[in-house]
Design a protein around this ligand. Structure first.
Ligand SMILES: Cc1ncc(COP(=O)(O)O)c(C=O)c1O
Length: 454
């Protein structure tokens, strides 16, 4: 069946100039035809334009959170997209809606939610967080959203969109929230966002130290695990601090992005609510949507209307190949990323030219070059120089390494990193080792880093 589809797809690709979908017995309409060689010209131009990307799929790209989707995911996406189902309602894509429900059930179970949860896929982590905070605001009207200063920048923006106050909790060394500050502001807070895998440094905020406090203070907990969520699969394997992960089922809502660590193309986020009764908040009346089934439609429990059924198909196919298990399926992929980060931190940290800024909690490594001096101003300049040189197309391949920069207050530098402070902020280097292939590439990365520091 799949080979028949490939044949159909190939004939479609070979005849793009004809237009239409090649339904048997249906004559493609002239208005969809593309003239002469235009298809080849357009596609050649596209390939050239796309060549301007950085090599995101190669392990020498270790800068931002970019991970190529698995081949199964993009093949499944392309296959389903040729039909183009819309998961806003069961009738918009009955099979892909079922696939979405299966995938979401799997993600909810991974976090320890029981069967009476509510959830669905979304077009991104931001939209999933928007939805969770919208529900949070409706349940605690007039109260604030609180998150740490390390939370993703969109939480503040989302709060503003929702007309909610956002209280930013300062963090101390290690990136953990200031509990005194939190205690002082508790009466004003309706929902606390706990980030499990911060975007900047991959810190897992201490959920286990916050659940009791929030329960006593009547504060909802929303976990933003857009980045870190899949690391839940490593719980109990001795590879990370299990304590926060053991408490995920106590959160009121959770966001995870399959388009980050879940091997999916953009856009595939997911929002989960522990208590399905929040579904009543979505009530709407839309006489124009087609309701041919009495079952709850995904569109009835989501803020967004149209959503790609192809996203659900891609995630479903991927989870058939890589089930959500720690010791098989998805787990070994995450293990490789985690090990790559630890091995990279050890190896780069042993070079005289670099110092590590803390120990990675997931697969993001923060470090700094010391070759222009140890003052924070000198380290910042050197970090920027290494960053620029690593991605310079004119530089030899043996020095190519795509990193990212990270700005932080010098007050948060660990005491043992050997940097002296002459500025309030420092710019350091950041590596996101989120491809399993990074592990094999660690010795080469470290060698390139050493050359770059010269
Ligand atoms: C912790 C966290 N939350 C939310 C987001 C936003 O997700 P998206 O880019 O899918 O909108 C990100 C993106 O990096 C993130 O790291």
């Amino acid at each position: 069946m799949y080979s028949e589809y490939l044949k159909w797809l190939k004939s479609g690709l070979d005849n793009l100039n004809v237009g239409g979908h090649g339904w048997p017995g249906v004559k493609p309409d002239q208005s969809l035809a593309v003239e002469g060689n235009r298809v080849t010209e357009i596609m050649d131009a596209l390939v050239e334009r796309l060549g301007g990307n950085y090599p995101f799929g190669h392990p020498e790209y270790a800068g931002q959170m970019l991970k190529p989707p698995h081949g199964i995911a993009w093949a499944a996406y392309a296959l389903a997209m040729a039909i183009n189902p819309n998961n806003h309602a069961l009738d918009g894509g009955p099979p892909t809606s079922e696939m979405e429900k299966e995938c979401v059930r799997g993600l909810a179970a991974m976090f320890g939610y029981r069967d009476d949860f509510l959830g669905h896929l979304s077009s991104s982590g931001t939209i999933a967080n928007l939805e969770a905070l919208w529900v949070a605001g409706l349940l605690h009207p007039g109260k604030a959203i609180a998150c740490t200063t390390a939370a993703h920048y969109t939480h503040e923006r989302i709060s503003a969109v929702l007309g909610l106050r956002c209280i930013k909790i300062p963090v101390g060394a290690g990136g953990y929230p200031d509990m005194d500050f939190l205690g002082k502001h508790a009466p004003e807070i309706g929902t606390l966002v706990v980030t499990m895998g911060t975007t900047g440094t991959g810190v897992v905020e201490p959920l286990h130290e916050l659940t009791g406090f929030c329960r006593d203070a009547g504060i909802r907990i929303h976990i933003d695990a857009a980045y870190g969520g899949f690391f839940k699969l490593l719980e109990g394997m001795g590879m990370l601090n299990d304590a926060p992960w053991a408490h995920t089922s106590m959160a009121d809502s959770i966001v995870i992005d399959p388009h980050k660590h879940g091997l999916q193309p953009y856009g595939c986020g997911c929002v989960l609510f522990r208590d399905a009764s929040v579904g009543k908040l979505y009530k709407h009346d839309s006489p124009y949507t087609y309701f041919t089934s009495a079952e709850l439609h995904l569109g009835e429990i989501s803020l967004e209307c149209s959503r790609a059924g192809a996203s659900a198909a891609a995630l479903w196919a991927t989870l058939q190949a890589f089930p959500l298990k720690g010791d098989a399926g998805f787990g070994p992929i995450l293990q490789q990323c985690r090990m790559a980060a630890l091995e990279f931190a050890d190896a780069a940290g042993s070079l005289d030219e670099y110092t590590m800024i803390g120990r990675p909690e997931l697969d993001i490594v923060i470090f700094a070059p010391l070759t222009r001096g140890r003052l924070s101003s000198q380290v910042s300049e050197c970090s920027k120089a290494v960053f620029r040189k690593g991605m310079d197309p004119a530089a030899p391949a043996s020095e190519r390494l795509y990193l990212s920069l990270y700005r932080m207050p010098t007050a948060l530098l660990p005491a043992d990193c050997g940097i002296e402070t002459d500025t309030g902020e420092i710019t350091v280097l950041r590596s996101t080792l989120m491809k399993p292939e990074h592990r094999d590439f660690v010795p080469e990365m470290v060698e390139r880093l050493r050359r770059l520091a010269r």
